[in-house]
Design a protein around this ligand. Structure first.
Ligand code: SF4
Ligand code: SF4
Length: 458
């Protein structure tokens, strides 16, 4: 069984009002990056004491710093199709919403990709609603090919992650053969009664088929899977524990858990009213979720989208988040539309800054924005990736790759001021590359990049 609802409810009941001693023991383990039990995680979720939470945030920041350094990976979503046969109560694309539907043609995909390349993006997350007629696997595989085939003066997309509906082993094999990076699927809510109340029609209504999607994906050889829930559909404490149960299940049955976890919070959309959702997550609860996830699964990337405001993104990057989207458009064909409108505001995303502004601020605040995609391209996926991450060795490749991709970005897209800020950052961050052989190769590669070579990686 992947999710045992009674077990989660028992955990939450038995950990109410945790003692300081209980919490201290959990924090001591977390501080040493030891595996937390489900009960440990429940104890943290049940704590409301501000002093204890301050300690949780401090340890989460420490773990983030030890494992991810000050690097933050940048990506952008690309919406392919708004056709959808499902009726998810919380989503603007649901079948009952009368609206013009469209999907991008190959030419339109390539046009969007060129605009994304012009912004410097190298890593995309493809998004599409579920529609076996208008957006079938043939269309999706062709779309992935179209992205990889688009090479412009501004480079190329180096890795495509895919967020599409739960499907068959055979279809997952086709995605694997198309060369995708991570397969992403959000459970939305792990609480079955809520799941059924939120998904009123369409194939997605089948809770078990949705829940077992990663089993089929892994059977097909897609060993990097990205999970998530839509926070606000049900009690966040239940959802965090359920995520951890799902992760443990995959570790036990397939040898590797989630590669990433996304933490979207429900937002207003056409045809729904937030007032109908009694489990909305406050900002304080959201901060707590990110920090506890960082303690619970230190080696799993945490992804944040532009659904969150600039201020919230800035804060949670400090204690957990390792990947963010930048310059995102969340509509089909949105990059072209926003390009045509130039300075007009685009969508109701909460953080609509251009990637360059996001990067400038990240650098000012001491982060290294990274466009690295090296692991997917060197076959460091699944348990190979996880064992390198858990040994701490991954840092020896992440850091030089971040510096090389940032230098490329600065040379290709930055003005003189940005380039000099990046030069200074690269100089300063070289010290963190401690292995002499890697450092030597990095110096050589940085030089080659300055001479015009691109796409070098460890
Ligand atoms: Fe929206 Fe996805 Fe549900 Fe379709 S399946 S209605 S796109 S959440
Ligand atoms: Fe991610 Fe691998 Fe690049 Fe590190 S080296 S940033 S883990 S792709």
């Amino acid at each position: 069984m992947i999710i045992n609802e009674a077990y989660i409810n028992d955990l939450l009941d038995s950990t109410q009002n945790p003692t300081l001693e209980d919490i201290r023991q959990v924090l001591a383990k977390a501080g040493k990056k030891q595996t937390l039990t489900h009960r440990d995680i429940a104890l943290l979720l049940q704590t409301e004491d501000p002093q204890v939470m301050a300690e949780v945030f401090r340890i989460a920041s420490q773990i983030k710093h030890d494992i991810y350094g000050n690097r933050i990976v940048i990506f952008a979503p690309l919406y392919l199709s708004s056709y959808c046969v499902n009726n998810c109560r919380y989503c603007g694309y649901k079948v009952t919403n009368q609206m013009p539907r469209r999907k991008l043609t190959r030419a339109e995909i390539q046009e969007e990709v060129r605009l994304l390349e012009r912004m410097g993006h190298k890593r995309l997350a493809l998004e599409a609603g579920e529609d076996p007629v208008n957006c079938d696997m043939d269309y999706l595989v062709e779309a992935i090919k179209a992205v990889y085939d688009t090479h412009s003066d501004n480079g190329a997309i180096r890795r495509v992650n895919v967020n599409i509906a739960s499907t068959t082993v055979e279809n997952y094999r086709r995605l694997k053969d198309a060369g995708i990076g991570t397969y992403i699927l959000f459970q939305e809510t792990y609480h079955k009664p809520t799941y059924e109340a939120m998904h009123l029609g369409g194939p997605k209504r089948d809770y078990n088929y949705h829940l077992t999607a990663f089993n089929r994906a892994m059977e097909a050889g897609l060993d990097d899977v990205g999970a998530g829930v839509l926070f606000g559909l049900y009690d966040y404490k239940f959802e965090v524990l359920a995520l951890m149960l799902h992760n443990s299940y995959l570790e036990e049955t397939h040898g590797v858990g989630f590669h990433t976890i996304s933490v979207p919070r429900i937002k207003p959309a056409k045809g729904m009213d937030l007032a109908e959702f009694p489990h909305l997550v406050s900002d304080d609860q959201f901060r707590k979720i990110v920090a506890i996830l960082r303690l619970a699964v230190p080696f799993t990337g945490i992804i944040l989208s532009t659904r969150e405001s600039h201020a919230m993104r800035r804060e949670v990057i400090e204690y957990g988040v390792s990947q963010i989207s930048a310059g995102s458009c969340t509509g089909v064909g949105g990059y072209k539309e926003s390009d045509a409108r130039k300075e007009e505001s685009q969508f109701e995303v909460a953080d609509d800054r251009k990637p360059m502004d996001v990067l400038k601020e990240l650098i000012l605040e001491g982060h290294i924005p990274s466009y690295c995609t090296a692991c997917y391209r060197t076959g460091r996926t699944g348990d190979r990736f996880m064992s390198l991450a858990k040994s701490g060795e991954i840092h020896n490749v992440c850091q030089p790759n971040a510096l090389m991709t940032l230098l490329e970005y600065a040379l290709d897209y930055g003005d003189a001021e940005f380039r000099s800020a990046v030069d200074a950052l690269v100089e300063q961050e070289m010290d963190r590359v401690t292995r002499p052989a890697i450092r030597e190769k990095l110096v050589e590669n940085l030089d080659k990049i300055r001479q015009g070579q691109r796409d070098l990686f460890f």
